[in-house]
Write a protein that binds this ligand. Sequence first.
Ligand SMILES: Cc1ncc(C[n+]2csc(CCOP(=O)(O)OP(=O)(O)O)c2C)c(N)n1
Length: 323
Amino acid sequence: MIISSLDKPLARNLYEQILRTYLFEENLHLLYRKGELMGGLYTGSGNEGVAVASTIMLIEGDVIAPSHRGIGAHFVRGETFRGMMLQLMAKAEGGTKGRDNAAHQGSMKRGILGMISHLAVMPANAMGCALAHKIKKNGNVALGFIGEGSTSLGDFHETLNMAAVLKLPFVMIIENNQWAYSTSTKYQYACKQLSDRALGYGIPGFTIDGTDAELVYQTVNEAVVRARAGQGPTLIEAVTMRLRGHSAADMAEYVPKEVLEEWKEKLPHKLYRDKLMARGWWSEQEDQALVAKISTEIDEAVAYAKNAADPEPWSGLDGVYAD
Ligand SMILES: Cc1ncc(C[n+]2csc(CCOP(=O)(O)OP(=O)(O)O)c2C)c(N)n1
């Protein structure tokens, strides 16, 4: 694998996007505790480096199917704080017009497949888009995201097999955050690492540190370049740690405290900020200014969404029946 390096503007942008996602999601947990959000809350805490760094190189026409940990991917593809907040507060102006919560909204314009809860189904849909790309010869790619727990479902295998056999422009990214609700990896799979399965499909597979944003970028970028060049799919396993419970309602008492403490030292945005500062590409002053700017933007989004209209009850019938 050839590792391409990031230039300074791209590296700074990558950091900014990860920080935006981290601060937004941290705010969501406060809003949830205050009862300001509708329904459950699922965030990518610890996983934001993967969501952002694996989508930042994509171009118009590419398609992604982010998981419930992938709010950052929505932001990278153009979603605003305001748009996401409207969705999470289930407002009429939100992506699903108040019909669903979480980041379950899609966008044709942004090439985002709206997530449904049934696990392992979304990568299969992304693979279908990769097939369409291949038929249309448009040079676009599709990325499917999946948790390590969901790799135990049949759809995961069927998707990778079909993508491999048809040499589709597809990348499967496993977000291995080591816990599938309360099930640890020990009870999930018996292979050493999930990328070992790539061999069985006849495609390249890589296991990488998912907290290293630059490494995630480089590995996925290489896979995307291969896919665009007609060289078929890649399986990438990015290892992180779920730093919070499965949802905001889950205190994750079943995860050993010392393991969580160890991984909390590896927050992707902190690691990357240190790297950029060491290179002289980022400064403390710039960081403070950016945090202040992002916080203001979040506050504005919260204020707007709180005052936005709730859906009219009868609007639930819109779009259900054909005329
Ligand atoms: C087919 C299916 N089975 C069970 C569930 C309930 N469920 C939702 S998330 C989840 C855990 C998923 O773990 P993983 O795939 O590792 O992703 P993570 O949440 O850890 O990021 C489960 C069991 C579901 N949504 N769909």
